[in-house]
Design a protein around this ligand. Structure first.
Ligand SMILES: Cc1cc2nc3c(=O)[nH]c(=O)nc-3n(C[C@H](O)[C@H](O)[C@H](O)COP(=O)(O)O)c2cc1C
Length: 199
């Protein structure tokens, strides 16, 4: 654990206390390479059927966010050629809402019938969750967002993903401004039960 990072809470406190921080509340500083490496290391502990290591994280910060915005606007225009200019500008500006955007995805191995793509995506998604937890535990904040552009092959290619890979989310990252949002904590009983044969 690098000395300059916040001392971590206990594992259970961290699990129970994590909350997404919306992009509008994320400010500089962003995690440096050491903090990002730590968060990626946490991601690499996600369950991984077949040891395929599907986790992929692409960091986009500074001016590169503008180029991502151009990509998102071009993707929207390709999907919907009649999109008004104002709406395109909104799309273009999305990556500028937080100081760091992480394109999180899965490198999919299509030659392993015993480990179908959904399992590899599930492992990558579990990795993203660990990544978010590690950010929270080190004093940063993040929010997992999606958009139709995640499915655009042109966007995947531009970000260095291979054809057939999956882009799973845009993770907006930064330092939370003010108090962290309080986690929503519904009662666990509504989401779980024992199964007995015949019930
Ligand atoms: C795959 C995935 C995609 C998501 N996409 C969006 C999104 O596009 N917009 C949004 O407002 N929330 C989205 N969310 C939800 C937020 O990341 C977040 O979970 C939600 O705001 C609730 O906050 P909490 O995580 O603190 O409970 C997505 C979550 C997941 C897992």
């Amino acid at each position: 654990m690098p000395d300059h990072l916040a001392p971590p809470p206990s594992a259970l406190d961290a699990l129970l206390g994590r909350a997404s921080v919306p992009p509008r509340l994320l400010r500089a500083p962003v995690p440096d390479r050491a903090a990002l490496d730590l968060a990626v290391s946490a991601a690499l502990r996600a369950p991984d059927h077949g040891g395929l290591r599907p986790w992929r994280f692409v960091f986009i910060e500074g001016e590169a966010r503008r180029a991502l915005g151009d990509l998102l606007a071009a993707s929207l225009l390709a999907r919907a050629p009649d999109t008004p200019a104002e709406r395109l500008e909104i799309e273009r500006g999305k990556p500028l809402r937080a100081p760091l955007v992480v394109a999180a995805g899965a490198a999919i191995n299509h030659d392993r019938p015993g480990v179908p793509p959904w399992e590899q995506e599930a492992s990558a998604a579990a990795g993203i969750m660990n990544f978010l937890h590690a950010l929270d535990a080190t004093g940063f904040g993040g929010c997992w967002l999606s958009s139709p552009s995640l499915k655009d092959p042109a966007v995947l290619t531009a970000l260095g993903f291979a054809a057939g890979d999956s882009l799973l989310g845009w993770i907006y990252v930064g330092t939370p401004e003010g108090d962290r949002p309080r986690p929503i904590r519904p009662a666990p009983e509504a989401f779980s039960r024992y199964w007995t044969p015949g019930s």
